[in-house]
Design a protein around this ligand. Structure first.
Ligand code: NAD
Ligand code: UDP
Length: 336
């Protein structure tokens, strides 16, 4: 895939002056969205309980008059002064080890949290945007996954705390849409990575990059033949903005169809970091999906969107970010 990023003239913007409430603002994706909204002239109220997010993702915004941060759990009642144009719900642990550590909180943020935020949107006459996930497809038997596929989820397995909670959130959002109470948008995000991920969040890109930079073995779970499709965060942010502009509730897949085995991801990261780390094989977590790749036909047709950043280019930028956390000098390896 050739990288030709969205140029400023290609990019869409939310309406300048919009007042946006964004949950999960201190997280990886939320902090990038916050930057983009502010750059477009919006006012942003960022809400986050800092359970998996980090204030350092927002520290560059201190003194920004159009941004206010509220440390708050969205499961609890939330009052907001003044009007709102959008309520965007991005709060939820997203890394499997993190949501498995917090099973009840994960169910509640997408269950009660989604309900509360839909009611807030209704009271304010705002539109509602839900960050759902490719995990609604579970361990898919249809490949690649179109939005019309209903998924294959183990409702009593450990991952169900995330998968089923997001499925419930989608159902809740769609019921408000159908009843005419709130105009909603639902996106299904596929594995997304980039700067500002928590280096200790346990996801595949962060684990492999940190292990490679620190000269530790790369921990491949299972035999590494399971696949994932990696999306760079800037592409996701552009997709979110386009979906906000669309006169359509979705759901729509936002992901990069470039598909790799986990073993190939390990090799690519080792090459790009110039690391000599070797691979060690560890047990495959229960219900780990065997394959994942988005069918993005709908996103292309309805949003005029497709990802622009290759895994190679996105990973290079991500590795530069993580070098700050690793105690190693810049590698001189071929790819870095
Ligand atoms: P993240 O963990 O970096 O961000 C999530 C944020 O939500 C964190 O800042 C966390 O503190 C906050 N949060 C969690 N529970 C909360 C609560 N009850 N009240 C207030 N704040 C709360 O993860 P991310 O990768 O940025 O994911 C953002 C959203 O995108 C999540 O909803 C996730 O499910 C969705 N998503 C992400 C991916 C991905 O690959 N990054 C894929 C699919 C879906
Ligand atoms: N994985 C791995 N080693 C790691 C972390 C993850 O092999 O150190 C695998 C994991 O088993 C899964 C894939 O990489 O098959 C993606 O895992 P991640 O936790 O990033 O997200 P998921 O797509 O499973 O939600």
């Amino acid at each position: 895939m050739r990288t030709q990023e969205f140029s400023p003239s290609d990019r869409v913007s939310p309406v300048p002056g919009s007042r946006v409430l964004l949950t999960g603002a201190a997280g990886f994706v939320g902090s990038h969205l916050t930057d983009r909204f502010l750059a477009a002239g919006c006012e942003v109220i960022g809400v986050d309980n800092l359970s998996t997010g980090r204030l350092c993702n927002l520290e560059h915004l201190s003194g920004e008059p159009r941004f206010q941060f509220r440390e708050h759990d969205v499961v609890d009642p939330l009052t907001v002064d003044g009007p709102l144009d959008w309520v965007l719900h991005f709060a939820s642990p997203a890394s499997p080890p993190k949501y498995l550590e917090r099973p009840i909180e994960t169910m509640r943020v997408s269950g009660e949290g989604t309900h509360r935020l839909l009611e807030l949107a209704r009271a304010k006459g705002a539109q509602f945007f839900l960050a759902s996930t490719s995990e609604v497809y579970g361990d898919p038997s249809v490949h690649p996954q179109p939005e019309s596929y209903w998924g294959y989820v183990n409702s009593v397995g450990p991952r169900s705390v995330y998968d089923e909670a997001k499925r419930y959130a989608e159902a809740m959002a769609m019921s408000y849409e159908r009843s005419g109470h709130v105009s909603v948008r639902v996106i299904r995000i596929f594995n997304t990575y980039g700067p500002r991920m928590d280096p200790e969040d346990g996801r595949v890109v962060t684990n492999f990059v940190m292990q490679a930079l620190e000269g530790r073995p790369l921990t491949v779970y299972g035999d590494g033949s399971q696949t994932r499709s990696l999306q760079y965060v800037d592409d996701l942010v552009e997709g979110v903005l386009r979906m906000m502009r669309a006169d359509w509730c979705g759901p729509v897949n936002l992901g990069n169809p470039e598909e790799y085995t986990v073993g190939q991801i390990a090799e690519l990261i080792a090459e790009l970091t110039g690391s000599e780390s070797h691979v060690v094989y560890e047990p495959l977590p229960q219900d780990d999906p065997r394959q994942r790749k988005p069918d993005i036909t709908l996103a292309k047709q309805r949003l005029g969107w497709e990802p622009r950043v290759s895994a190679r280019d996105g990973l290079r930028k991500t590795i530069e970010y993580f070098r700050r956390y690793a105690s190693v000098p810049v590698a001189t390896g071929s790819g870095a």
